[in-house]
Ligand binder design. Structure first.
Ligand code: KMH
Ligand code: ZN
Length: 290
């Protein structure tokens, strides 16, 4: 009888998949993408729909009354509260904002009482812009997140940022909850490509015991999702990263992308993870009812 050699991490049969939806982002204009959820009602509706389809985390960027990206703390606090009241999703706010946001405003989003927040691990060219993440800012964000008992998701745009993460954890300790979770943001023009090779290279550089999700921007969304599933990773999808469902076919809404991700996860026999299990895995503090 042939004996299969184990050549990589063994993924337990049926190991479930965390699906994160990133519905809005800061880069697309509502006038160009009418289906983008930008109002509180649209975001809550999106959260409800995506939760039903298997999402367990929502990554939140908000817009102002004119649908422009904003980090307004009052508005963000209301959004976090509404999503917590109307869904059981883990509410993760973006501390990345848009490329023009100040460090002070980006730190202030932590006042919105979220379950989690992104923590980008380095500066990266972002198309023709630069997404700036100075070392001292990263340390401050990591420290404030722990002080506020908010679980970070370390956003990794390039391989060297995993070296920075190892240095961060070594010098400044583990995050709140003790678990390290990363999101590989792949295919940003200026960052690592959205390929299986890059995903495997990144996975091999993760801190011991860390989990990861992966996001493939634009056309890399499917190759990255398939690679992540086969490598034991989790998925992030949404209109922050992907506006075409297929060549020449605009995304209808975020639910369409979550439904596809959930379908792929089921085919891979790694079905969507129940939210309670995702909370336990990531060490999320239960703020419901607080
Ligand atoms: N909008 C990008 C400049 C995050 O949310 O933390 C940053 C971003 C990452 O989307
Ligand atoms: Zn984001």
């Amino acid at each position: 009888m042939p004996v299969a050699a184990a050549t990589g991490p063994v993924i337990p049969a049926g190991a479930a998949t965390i699906i994160t939806v990133a519905p809005t982002g800061a880069e697309s204009a509502k006038s160009d993408v009418p289906a983008l959820p930008v109002t509180l009602d649209e975001l809550v509706r999106t959260g409800i729909d995506c939760a039903q389809l298997g999402a367990s985390i929502i990554h939140v960027h908000i817009r102002d009354g004119e649908a422009r990206p904003t980090l307004d703390v009052g508005r963000l606090t209301d959004t976090v509260a509404a999503l917590r009241e109307r869904t059981d999703l883990i509410v993760q706010v973006s501390s990345g904002g848009s490329v023009s946001d100040s460090e002070a405003d980006r730190l202030r989003v932590l006042e919105s009482n979220p379950d989690g927040a992104s923590c980008s691990m380095g500066t990266v060219n972002f198309g023709r812009d630069v997404f700036t993440n100075r070392w001292d800012f990263i340390v401050e964000l990591h420290t404030q997140l722990r002080d506020r008992q908010i679980v970070p998701e370390y956003e990794i745009f390039d391989l060297g940022q995993l070296t920075s993460l190892a240095r961060l954890l070594d010098k400044h300790g583990l995050p709140y909850g003790g678990h390290v979770h990363c999101d590989l943001v792949m295919g940003v023009p200026g960052g690592m490509p959205g390929t299986t090779h890059a995903l495997v290279a990144a996975q091999q550089s993760l801190p011991p015991g860390a989990t990861f999700s992966a996001t493939g921007v634009g056309r890399s969304t499917l190759p990255v999702a398939l690679a992540a599933l086969s490598a034991g990773g989790h998925l992030r999808v949404g209109m922050e990263d992907t506006l075409s469902y297929a060549a020449g076919e605009p995304v209808r809404d975020n639910a369409q992308l979550v439904a596809r991700a959930a379908g792929l996860a089921r085919i891979a026999q790694r079905p969507p993870m129940p939210v309670a299990d995702a909370r336990a895995l990531l060490g999320v503090l239960d703020r419901r009812g607080r």
